[in-house]
Design a protein around this ligand. Sequence first.
Ligand code: Z5A
Length: 227
Amino acid sequence: MGTPTAPKRLERGLFITFEGPEGGGKSTQVAWLSQRLQEEGYAVVATREPGGTPLGEGIRNLLIDPQYEKMEPLTELLLFEAARVQHIQELIEPSLRAGKIVLCDRFYDSTLAYQGARSLSWPKIVHLNQICVGSCQPQLTFLLDLDYEAGRQRLAQRCQDDPSQLDRIEREQRSFFEQLRQNYLALARGERGPTESRWRLLDASQPRQEVARAIWREVLPFLESRS
Ligand code: Z5A
């Protein structure tokens, strides 16, 4: 039996984030891409926000618990950012330094899109994101764009049409979800600040395999340029 080969490491790691409204298929695509990259021999860390560390997962439970329906928008913002600081320090940066590919299901753009749909000022959110994220920036960000109706249908399937299964944020009004989708589209199109070349806007209503193929096409050049 031959000795197993060590996973391939990239010189500076590679940080890829997945964003979008609920039901867009982020978790599905993170799992697929993670498997594909590992089959190609890369060292991969698949993680999520809020979460990714024991403390972050604890904060996640607070954030999505429907019993805290009275959570203040600023409290919510600070909890997302607190979980993120822990995630970056404990998992993301050490993994990138070790040359791994980090796939993250949501990152700070979720805060801009979701908390930006609440009664918080945009500059305040941007400023807090800068403090908490610092130089830990993704090189590639996929926006899996899906309209409200399609996202809700997928969510209904997951919850087996039982509204009591919805978490605190999933219980928001339709207008909230429509606003956050517009926030995402504005970010990806560079309408809320400088145009950032890291964005890739994908139609998440396509079949899973089509979305996965589109993602792979975008990831390949990054692997080639960093190997
Ligand atoms: N949030 C925030 O407000 N601020 C922040 O800073 C951060 C997050 C970081 C928890 O996130 C909540 O926190 C979230 C945003 C907020 N609230 N909401 N709503 P989350 O990522 O855990 O929650 P989510 O985005 O709602 O997860 P999700 O509904 O599971 O979405 P997803 O990961 O994009 O989709 P999925 O699990 O891969 O797929 C959902 C279903 O659709 C599933 O049955 C799949 O089999 C199916 N699916 C997936 N792809 C397809 C395609 N292409 N066709 C058909 N069906 C598909």
